[in-house]
Design a protein around this ligand. Structure first.
Ligand code: ADP
Ligand code: MG
Ligand code: MG
Length: 251
């Protein structure tokens, strides 16, 4: 069972300090939520875990099972089982989405990338459950995808990849309530069947479906609160500002 550990992480972007001592943990099988208002540093944390070279670690560490990965290239981190889906979607028009799905499943099953995969029908069924229409499989990756289709596609990819740790940046953004319910169902299955899930969100709504094992609240590059679903409830009742006032972070 893999564990991702972020310890006292300080990160600079373009010479500006963004993360100021972030620590958190995600174990395989867990759902962990990172909440926080816009600009608090959630995406910065995820980019840093993925190994984006523009995000410079000035202090602290990122480790899988106690082994540091902070000096590894992004693809080596991926090979260690860390999959990060980003807030800003990526387009690869020359690759059909259906081919990408097939390649992802082949890789997982140790098969050649371009051979037909016996589980393709299963993937199509899950895509349908997530609310993706069939014709998306014939389009280039990202071509004409709506915001909601991007989010659904990312969650589908994570589910089919079965990484040790799946990191999802705002998987609920741009989705209607049915979309959030459908995506939550697949995220729950992912955690139950194979992976630790770390997801960011501004909103309590998706967490009502997911019932996370742990909730962290980030503000201004720090984790200012950690706990259970009582935090989610409080965010809904009083908002971030109310929560910060209560907890004294503004003093
Ligand atoms: P969140 O995902 O919680 O909304 P971000 O990680 O996107 O927060 O942003 C955190 C802070 O870092 C913000 O103040 C943002 O302006 C700043 N920031 C993020 N990316 C960059 C960048 N590439 N260059 C400069 N500042 C950045
Ligand atoms: Mg944001
Ligand atoms: Mg963000």
């Amino acid at each position: 069972m893999a564990t991702l550990n972020v310890a006292n992480l300080h990160v600079e972007v373009s010479g500006k300090r963004i993360l100021r001592g972030v620590s958190l943990e995600v174990k395989q099988g867990e759902i962990v939520a990172l909440m926080g208002p816009n600009g608090s540093g959630k995406s910065t944390l995820f980019q840093t875990i993925a190994g984006n070279p523009n995000y410079r670690i000035v202090e602290g560490d990122i480790a899988i099972d106690g082994v540091s990965i902070k000096d590894l290239a992004p693809e080596e981190r991926f090979n260690k089982g860390i999959y990060v889906s980003f807030q800003s979607p990526i387009s690869v028009p020359e690759v059909r989405f259906g081919f990408l799905i097939q390649a992802v499943m082949n890789k997982r099953m140790g098969r050649k990338m371009d051979e037909p995969n016996p589980k393709m029908a299963e993937a199509l069924k899950i895509a349908e459950e997530i609310g993706l229409r069939r014709d998306i499989f014939d389009r280039g990756v990202g071509v004409g995808f709506s915001g909601g289709e991007f989010k659904r596609a990312e969650v589908l990819l994570a589910y089919l990849m079965r990484p040790a740790i799946a990191i999802l940046d705002e998987p609920d953004s741009g989705l209607d309530i049915d979309g959030i319910a459908a995506v939550s169902k697949i995220i729950s299955s992912l955690a139950r069947e194979s992976s630790g899930v770390l997801l960011s969100t501004h909103y309590a709504r998706i967490l009502k479906f997911l019932e996370p094992d742990r909730v962290y609240v980030m503000y201004s590059g720090r984790i200012i609160m950690a706990g259970g679903s009582e935090i989610v409830k409080r965010v809904e009742e009083v908002g971030y500002e109310g929560l910060f006032k209560e907890s004294g972070v503004f003093q």
